[in-house]
Design a protein around this ligand. Structure first.
Ligand code: PRP
Length: 211
C-alpha cells in the first residue's frame, strides 16, 4: 500500500530531506519541485506533500497524509489527534523566555505582558510559575515587541540566539527543547502498519547513525 508523507516546508525542509536521503529515500523530485504540490519518491511507493507546519498536523490528523514531519513547537502549541512516533533529532532549537535586561519580568509588580507566536505554550509556562500574564499574539519578528514597548517579555523560538543578541534581549529561562518529530495518523497505523513501521525503522537507523 502506498504512503503519503506531509513534510513541513521552510526551516525544517532541507533538514528533513537530508534525513530521508540518509535513510535511503529518493527525494530528488521534492528538491526539484517547481510548482508541483504532490511529489513522488523515486525509490519507494511514497508521495510527499510540502505544507505549512500547522497544516501538517491537519493533514495527518484527518488521514490525508499517513505520516508527517513537523516541529515539536507546532505539536506543543496545537491540540491534535495523532501518534507522535519518532524524534528525528534534527531542527533542534528551544522555546525561551526573553526580555530586555532591565525588564525584571519575574518580579514586576502588576500584570506582565508577553508577546508570542505561541500563546498556548506561553500561557502554560507562566501558569506553571503561578503567574497570570496577559498574552499578546504576534505573528512574526516577536523580538520587536519588547523593544518598542508593546510587551514586557517574549516566549519565542531560539535557534542560534543571534536574533536575541542583535536586539539586546536576554534569555531568562528555557521553556522546552524542540526538534523535528514524525507523527502518524491513527487509522493509517492500523491499516498500513507494515509500511509505516518500515519508514520509521529506516529513519530511526538514520538518526542512530548520526548519534
Ligand atoms: C524564528 C524565531 C526567531 C528566530 C530565532 O523566527 O521566531 O525570530 O527564528 O532564530 P535565531 O535564534 O537563529 O536567531 P523565523 O525566522 O522563523 O520567522 P519570524 O521572525 O517571521 O517568526
Amino acid at each position: 500500500m502506498s504512503l503519503r508523507i506531509a513534510l513541513t516546508k521552510g526551516r525544517l525542509e532541507d533538514k528533513t530531506l537530508t534525513m530521508l536521503e540518509e535513510a535511503g529515500y529518493g527525494t530528488e523530485k521534492v528538491r526539484d519541485k517547481g510548482r508541483a504540490l504532490i511529489l513522488p519518491d523515486t525509490q519507494r511507493d511514497i508521495d510527499y506533500v510540502l505544507v505549512k507546519s500547522n497544516d501538517c498536523i491537519t493533514y495527518v490528523e484527518h488521514g490525508a497524509a499517513d505520516l508527517g514531519v513537523v516541529g515539536k513547537d507546532t505539536l506543543l502549541e496545537n491540540e491534535g489527534d495523532y501518534y507522535e512516533m519518532l524524534d528525528l533529532q534534527t531542527g533542534k532549537c528551544c522555546f525561551i523566555v526573553a526580555a530586555l535586561p532591565d525588564a525584571a519580568l519575574f518580579s514586576k509588580k502588576g500584570r506582565v505582558r508577553i508577546g508570542t507566536k505561541y500563546p498556548h505554550v506561553a500561557r502554560n509556562y507562566f501558569l506553571s510559575r503561578n503567574m497570570d500574564v496577559e498574552i499578546i499574539k504576534i505573528d512574526g519578528s516577536v523580538e520587536l515587541s519588547p523593544l518598542i514597548g508593546l510587551v514586557d517579555g517574549i516566549v519565542d523560538i531560539m535557534e542560534t540566539g543571534s536574533t536575541l543578541k542583535a536586539n539586546g534581549l536576554e534569555v531568562l529561562d528555557v521553556v522546552s527543547e524542540i526538534s523535528a518529530r514524525v507523527i502518524v495518523n491513527k487509522a493509517s497505523w492500523k491499516l498500513k502498519k507494515e509500511e509505516i513501521t518500515q519508514v520509521l525503522s529506516d529513519l530511526k537507523k538514520a538518526v542512530d547513525r548520526r548519534a
